[in-house]
Design a protein around this ligand. Structure first.
Ligand SMILES: Nc1ncnc2c1ncn2[C@@H]1O[C@H](COP(=O)(O)OP(=O)(O)OP(=O)(O)O)[C@@H](O)[C@H]1O
Ligand SMILES: [Mg+2]
Length: 442
């Protein structure tokens, strides 16, 4: 049933009248109410909130499907839109999904295919409505920004593997968007209405990590006074995201490997093996191969990951920086702030060892310290100015390593020092000397 228990209403737009008829026929048979249009411009004159779902062709003479989607989302942000096209390219797919299309189908398709897609979209919509009820506002899903060749190529890789159940290992420097990638994989998969659970393997002590993942039976250990299903069970049919997987102990790596081989979960202190269908997505800093080579990470577990995705560092797609900045400004409610050309040059010239997160933080800091309508070079953090003496190449490398260690450990100085193999006092001194500061002011 649609809104207020009435029949579900679907709006169909295709400039080809025959295609319109075909869709109308296919959907009427499934019991939906269908209103066909052969022009998006005409459709936009309607109050579209009367519909439960929109279906639109992409290539149309007056307003095309992507433009239509943009316009619809401005006015009715939660209305699901499915796009169709006979000219499917991965770029259009990604663009459609990036703009928030619910789904995307290539022509020709069978009546069954479109009916099942529509049913899925309506199911998910219902689920989201339930989930957002009582939560007040709808939480906006973070999305990838950037249309450089490097990023488009990366989107294609994501799009290609998203819907498979294959396990994925995401590598990339700190702040490049590994978590965002994991999210996107889930959102673009058929599992999107199932749980997406994240575990940060570096932030939880080993024993706790094990019981969190696998669960425990009552009495499994001192203090286990109740039965606890682990996250692997809780993520049934969904995705589990194991962040910082290199931080997992060898013993637990072995246990994870067994799970990935047979899909069985045995709670701590339990005998019963439960079969769990969960997609495993993990993230690691780039050095996971080194870790495996040095025997600190099990190679057999590494090979268990069917797909590897490497998130490009920001310096490999600098041309996306203006677009990233623009989207952050908009997101934070500064749509009118302008970055002068000279300042933008500095943003684009810097190397961004902390990648998009560092860019985000630098921009936030700039806005807080210089709340002006136009941002000039002198408003930018010192490190963005190339003429500043930054020290010898060796010092620069050291500084970057330290910064990376701090970022990966969420600025936990003890853990960062441990990672770097120096003591905490030395780390403190170096932090002061290099003028490092946690830049997130939020
Ligand atoms: N291409 C992008 N477009 C928009 N935002 C991005 C992009 N890449 C990263 N971000 C944003 O940058 C921040 C860092 O991204 P994320 O947490 O996914 O990185 P990460 O690789 O997991 O970092 P870490 O190695 O520190 O765990 C987030 O706020 C994310 O939304
Ligand atoms: Mg991360």
């Amino acid at each position: 049933m649609g809104k207020n228990g009435t029949k579900i209403r679907i709006l169909v737009i295709d400039d080809d009248a025959v295609a319109c008829e075909f869709l109308q026929e296919a959907l009427l048979r499934a019991g939906y109410e269908v209103e066909p249009f052969t022009s998006a411009r005409e459709a936009l004159k309607e109050d579209l909130s009367r519909y439960d779902l929109l279906l639109s062709d992409i290539r149309m003479p007056d307003i095309d499907g992507l433009e239509f989607l943009r316009k619809v989302h401005k006015q009715w942000p939660t209305l699901p839109v499915i796009l169709m096209t006979a000219f499917g390219s991965l770029e259009t797919t990604m663009e459609a999904l990036r703009l928030g299309a619910w789904d995307y189908i290539s022509k020709p398709f069978s009546p069954d295919a479109i009916r099942s897609l529509v049913r899925k979209a309506l199911d998910v919509r219902e689920l989201r409505q339930l989930r957002t009820q009582g939560q007040g506002e709808i939480r906006e899903e973070p999305q990838f920004i950037g249309s450089s060749a490097v990023m488009v190529d990366f989107y294609k890789q994501i799009a290609r593997v998203a819907d498979a159940s294959a396990s994925v290992l995401i590598s990339g420097e700190s702040g490049t968007g590994k978590e965002l990638t994991a999210h996107s994989l889930h959102q673009l998969s058929a599992r999107r209405d199932k749980p997406f659970l994240t575990v940060n393997c570096g932030a939880i002590p080993e024993t706790l990590l094990e019981s969190e993942l696998f669960g425990f039976e009552k009495g499994a250990f001192t203090g286990a006074d109740h039965v606890h299903a682990g996250l692997l069970e809780a993520a049934q049919h969904g995705t589990i995201f194991l962040d910082e997987i290199t931080e997992m102990s060898p013993a637990l790596q072995g246990k994870l490997l067994r799970f990935m081989q047979n899909g069985e979960v045995r709670r701590l202190g339990g005998h019963e093996a439960r079969h769990v269908g969960v997609r495993v997505v993990a993230a690691a800093n780039r050095d996971i191969d080194t870790e495996a080579g040095a025997g600190r990470f099990r190679s057999d577990l590494l090979y268990r990951f069917v797909v590897r995705l490497q998130v490009p560092p920001l310096r490999a797609h600098r041309e996306d920086i203006p677009q990233l900045i623009e989207s952050f400004l908009k997101k934070w409610g500064y749509p009118t702030v302008r970055i002068s050309d000279e300042a933008m040059e500095l943003f684009m010239g810097y190397d961004w060892p902390g990648n998009v997160r560092e860019l985000e933080n630098a921009l936030r800091q700039t806005l807080l310290l210089s709340p002006f309508a136009v941002i000039l070079p002198e408003n930018l953090p010192g490190k963005l100015h190339p003429d500043r003496t930054v020290g010898s190449p060796l010092e620069t490398a050291e500084r970057q390593q330290i910064l990376q260690a701090l970022e990966t450990t969420a600025w936990n100085q003890s853990r960062a020092a441990q990672r770097l193999g120096i003591d905490r006092k030395t780390l403190r001194t170096k932090i002061l000397r290099y003028g490092l500061a946690k830049e997130g002011l939020s």
